[in-house]
Design a protein around this ligand. Sequence first.
Ligand code: KIV
Ligand code: ZN
Length: 516
Amino acid sequence: MSTKDPLVIFDTTLRDGEQSPGASMTREEKVRIATMLDKMNVDVIEAGFAIASHGDFEAIKSVAKVVKNSTVCSLARALKGDIEQAGAAVAPAASGRIHTFIATSPIHMKYKLQMQPDQVLEQAVMAIKMARNLCGDVEFSCEDASRSEFDFMCRIIESAIDAGAGTINLPDTVGYGEPVEYGEMFSRLMNHIPNADKAVFSTHCHNDLGLAVANSLSAVMHGARQIECTINGLGERAGNASLEEVVMAVKTRHDLMPVSTRIDTRHIVPTSRLVSSITGFPVQPNKAIVGANAFAHESGIHQDGVLKHRETYEIMSAESVGWSTNKLVLGKHSGRAAVKVRFEELGIKFEDKDQFNAAFSRFKDLADKKHEIFDEDLQALVSETQPQAVAEIYKLKHLEIVTKTGATPKASIVINVYSGASSAEAYGSGPVDATFKAIEHIVSSGADLKLYSVNAITQGTDSQGDVTVRLEKGSHIVNGVGADTDIVVASAKAYLQALNLLASSDQRAHPQHEGV
Ligand code: KIV
Ligand code: ZN
């Protein structure tokens, strides 16, 4: 038993993380990420902003239904309609939370809210009381806390706790804070507010100055007992404090921090990969903990040291954060039962037999091309098959590429559109460009290509390419993913999946901008 204080890990990948431009997620994708976070023992999963759109409301509800151990939370402005939607969205959860917020800084109150401080306080108290009638667990955030006035914060926080808020979050909304100053804000407030001991104080830091993790840890050293963070540091603008960094910092420097988390850190790398593949935001190789080079030793002196005694150059082990999951698991002779069990071990569930059959048939196709199937390959297969719950209007049937030195690449493509086949040819500056042009000859989608990214899923030249294509049309932004050992085929699949998402009835504007 640890004698340290519990540090609540509140993951907001599905809410603040989703506020990264282009990172919108479908309901199925949110459920898959939430399932991994639950398995990782994240204490609170903020699954969305219920009032923002019907899609986000449904996504929170679905997450609330599948999550077993974590508390499921919805964000809500301090407004009646927001609170009611948030309450309804988290109602199916075994443990739910409503997170309501209002800005408390002079600049936000004057220009954005156009309200007097007393009105802001009154509205916050009304919202918290209303939320408490719907849910026993209520969090209140002073938006832009790091630029708010001390005396007003004391007043509003004391009233918020009296009104029933069990968690008080003090966001560094614009990433302006600096570790000493931000940390001291916590200890000063906690020492000054008479009922501060009745609430858990929480950090929520943005990374505009690259200080989000440092600020969060400083707050913990000054009394905060909840950190709000995201996988891979995803989030609005420069992102939020990254979950993997704060969790591993607390674990590795337990000599400095009087807290411990419940996180099963072995799930960190698989979850990071899942988030990266769903959002299409690649993880930079030198990213702490989850970057491909985070545990790679290049220099001979370092390699020699690690071989003699690992701790000479490693402060934590690669296995402890889940790198060991990159092991050979299956091959061409593996049967249905073995494949199903491995999917389950990776936290991947299928809604029905047809969905599993589709994934298994893709597995068999892949095993014919690639001898060794790794966990990452299986995750990529599922990224492709699961969003097919969206109607598959466009489907790749045949693709032929002609490319040679000095000649313009040419693509000839056949795609099924509804049930009939259509074909087209196009030239492009490269094989992928030619393929996308050929698809557009058939579809004429009018969409703009916003992002094209290719990542090798595993090592070696027989690795699958994992392609993400982000398309934008009007206010709709979608990410299509495709994986194949042939990266041009993977690109075509990703492009067609994005078109299917755009065409489907599930299409939506950015989930957090539609209704608010
Ligand atoms: O950054 C911020 O202030 C937020 C709040 C809504 C918690 O995301
Ligand atoms: Zn935020």
